[in-house]
Design a protein around this ligand. Sequence first.
Ligand code: C2E
Ligand code: MG
Ligand code: MG
Ligand code: MG
Length: 287
Amino acid sequence: AAKASGKRTWRRFQPQQRIRVVERHALQVRLDRAVSREEFGLRYQPVVDIAAGRVVGFEALARWPELGPDPVPPGQFIPLAEETGHISALGAWVLRTSTADIARLQHRTPQLDPPYLSVNVSTRQWRDTNFLDEVCTALDATGLAAGTLQLELTESVLMQRTDQIDAQLHALKERGVRIAVDDFGTGFSSLRYLRDFPIDVLKIDKSFIDGIPHDPQQVALVEGIVHLADTLGLQVIAEGIENQPQRELLADIGCRYGQGFLFARPMTLEQGEAVLWERNNGGRKNG
Ligand code: C2E
Ligand code: MG
Ligand code: MG
Ligand code: MG
């Protein structure tokens, strides 16, 4: 009976959907293997001081596969990893690897202000009871100062809060880790959580930045977010800055930090180090 009903369900699919299901399955099989073999890579996108152009930190962004001809965008494999539960193993790998990388980068650039590391954490990871341990273990193992680690969560985590998530957030704060809200403005924005949660940073979603400086409504929204953040004592980072007019307007309205292709694309750790010397020390490797 199960087989028959399975068949009936299948017949209702459009051919196009059938291909999607098959592709998805193939991708899932590939991902299963990749997780056990740790076939992932990381790129680091600089976060800059918009007016000065100095690099203040790096956001770690997962890549898969690290090598090879057929890269899958994170927008595809991260949701799949979330659905299949692989995100716990993948997220733990990202945390271990990126903290080790940035600790190494800080050691190699002792004359410069240590850049911070920002790591994306998915909703499922926040629910994971081991997450707090993983963060503490990564900090202890690499010697990265907690004050130079930032964890990015999405608004959905704040909406689905549980006692356990609250406890983890507060414990992380106590340890000195900073918490950022990623893609701010795209979720179910309730301003109450900005008051109730120990948040340090708002990252304004790229979709708002796309509309400036030409769309007056988008400009007003971005200005509003910046002022709100100022009032609440939060830092702001504008995401996805692609051109000079956007940069100038953001500087004018007092948005201090940003990320985007105008400044730098996600890059390898080695390229990140070169950018750090170039922009923060006038190209000099010493003093
Ligand atoms: P996100 O955290 O909002 O990261 C910003 C995304 O915007 C990155 O895409 C980055 O490459 C892209 N970006 C930055 N500046 C610009 C710009 O000026 N123009 C354009 N068009 N794009 C820009 P990416 O690397 O493809 O990552 C997509 C999303 O996948 C991330 O969005 C994040 O939600 C997720 N992701 C990536 N790595 C991880 C990870 O290690 N863990 C988790 N949980 N999610 C991750
Ligand atoms: Mg992010
Ligand atoms: Mg974002
Ligand atoms: Mg995003």
